[in-house]
Design a protein around this ligand. Structure first.
Ligand code: PMP
Length: 369
């Protein structure tokens, strides 16, 4: 593959090929995408339409519109019982750019940043892009793919709970121990989407940590590009200055629409969606096991299953392509998530309905037999 300034997502190769096949008329089952398929609540769309008629949609304050920062702060108090000053909440155009800004600040002001391998690829890719000191920390199937504090040698670490690609959720005790060893950047973008106990926030164990989160997953608003950061007071100015330069502000319309997310009626609808995801997860999990995939960690949140495919392949990258060509089922090769035994793993996402999940499993059955 051509060498770029920042590593691309390998799954894009799968997606490109899947789209080609679709253009040729094949029905593709999409188990590769990490984007919820359920509709955005009406109340959010209404809020946006109303704003479109009423306002001129100029830039906003870089840190976001004050009522949204306040609502996010209140949401943390209600959900996690933690006090957050709205001044610490910074609204971003999607959490990704917020993540880039905090990785820059933490690596400059604190030191080397560790990231889980396997883990969400952007941590490694952004840190390399920033030429920041960084270090992978291997997370192992036998340890539920969790960062173990005793392995940490850096002053800072980025963790992700519920996790992409494994769906594991850190307990409060685990967060506590990690935060005693290193400054934590906690990617909580999948919060709200949990299938057992809820996921604790890092803010329940320390004030001196960063939360990266947003409206893309539980709130279903991927394309609206709106996320948030919660940062300690000492970080606010640096982060805002970076965002001023690279983004000016998050999309005004999306910020206004996002206010509706915190209405009780909207939250209730979103919570009901979690049941839909739970059913899909159960269906896919039992189906994959029957097919012979080993699932070392059952997902407790998010919408992914990280499956050990070593019964079928030693090279999950070519396996993903072979599966796509022969069955029309698109999956993500483990290679996207790092180097630690990832050639054995593939990620399945359940962002598609139960009928498609059944059909995908049937097609895999025929292929693997
Ligand atoms: N963190 C993780 C772990 C993710 O999976 C994603 C989306 N795939 C993001 C952050 C970024 O989401 P967004 O920029 O849409 O807020």
């Amino acid at each position: 593959m051509e060498r770029l300034l920042i590593e691309p997502f390998y799954v894009m190769k799968v997606l490109e090929r899947a789209k080609e096949l679709e253009r040729e008329g094949r029905k593709i089952i999409h188990f590769e995408v990490g984007e919820p398929d359920l509709p955005v609540p009406e109340i959010v769309k209404e809020k946006a339409l109303e704003a479109l008629k009423r306002t001129e949609l100029r830039y906003t304050e870089t840190a976001g519109i004050p009522p949204l920062r306040e609502k996010i702060a209140e949401y943390y108090e209600r959900t996690y019982g933690v006090k957050v000053n709205p001044e610490q909440v910074i609204v971003t155009p999607g959490s990704s750019i917020g993540l880039l800004a905090v990785l820059k600040v933490v690596s400059e002001r604190i030191g080397s940043v560790a990231y889980p391998d396997p883990g969400y690829p952007c941590y490694k890719n952004m840190l390399k892009f920033l030429k920041a000191d960084s270090e992978p920390v291997n997370v192992e199937a036998e340890e539920e793919f969790k960062v173990k504090p005793e392995k940490l040698k850096t002053k800072a670490v980025v963790i992700n709970s519920p996790s992409n690609p494994t769906g594991v959720v850190y307990t409060k005790e685990e967060l506590q121990k990690i935060s005693e060893k290193a400054f934590v950047i906690s990617d909580e973008i999948y919060h709200g989407l949990t299938y057992g106990r809820g996921a604790p926030s890092v803010l329940e164990v320390t004030d001196n940590a960063v939360v990266v989160s947003g409206f893309s997953k539980f709130f279903l608003m991927t394309g609206w590009r709106v996320g948030w950061l919660i940062v300690p007071d000492w970080m606010v100015k640096d982060v805002v200055a970076i965002l001023q330069n690279v983004a000016i502000s998050a999309p005004t319309l999306s910020q206004i629409a996002a206010l509706a997310c915190f209405e009780e009626e909207c939250l209730e609808e979103l919570r009901r969606n979690v049941e839909t995801f739970r059913k899909r997860k159960d269906l896919m999990l039992s189906g994959l096991k029957k097919l012979g995939f080993r699932i070392p960690a059952h997902p407790q949140g998010a919408f992914y299953i990280f499956a050990d495919a070593s019964a079928f392949t030693e090279d999950s990258f070519s396996f993903a392509f072979k599966v796509l060509e022969e069955t029309g089922v698109a999956i993500t090769p483990g290679r996207d998530f790092g180097y630690n035994k990832t050639e054995r793993f593939v990620r399945f996402s359940f962002c598609t309905d139960e009928r498609n999940i059944e059909e995908g499993l049937d097609r895999l059955y025929v292929f693997l037999r």
